[in-house]
Design a protein around this ligand. Structure first.
Ligand SMILES: [Zn+2]
Length: 89
C-alpha cells in the first residue's frame, strides 16, 4: 500500500482516464478492502487464541455447548455453534 501511495501522490490526477487496466483509485479501494478483511481475520484469530488460553475455545459463546470439530476445522475462529449462528444472523 505504501508503494501505491507514492505512485498516487507523484502522478498527475489524470489516471482515471487511462483506458488500460484498473485505475489507481480502484486499485486502492481493492487493496484497502483486502487490508480490512485481513485485519478482521486477525482480530478473530486473536479472540480465538484468547479463548484457548481461557479454556473456552471450541465452546459456543451463546449456549455453551461444544462446537462440532468439523465446524472448527472449516472455521477455526468460530464463536458459535451452527444452531446459534443461524439463529443470530
Ligand atoms: Zn450455541
Amino acid at each position: 500500500m505504501s508503494a501505491l501511495r507514492v505512485v498516487r501522490e507523484s502522478s498527475s490526477d489524470d489516471d482515471e482516464h487511462d483506458p488500460e487496466g484498473p485505475t489507481l483509485s480502484s486499485e486502492w479501494s481493492r487493496i484497502r478492502g483486502l487490508l480490512l478483511e485481513a485485519e478482521a481475520q486477525l482480530a478473530e484469530t486473536d479472540a480465538a487464541s484468547a479463548r484457548v488460553e481461557a479454556g473456552t475455545y471450541g465452546l459456543c459463546q451463546n449456549c455453551g455447548r461444544p462446537i462440532p470439530p468439523a465446524r472448527l476445522e472449516a472455521r477455526p475462529a468460530a464463536r458459535l455453534c451452527v444452531p446459534c449462528a443461524s439463529a443470530l444472523t
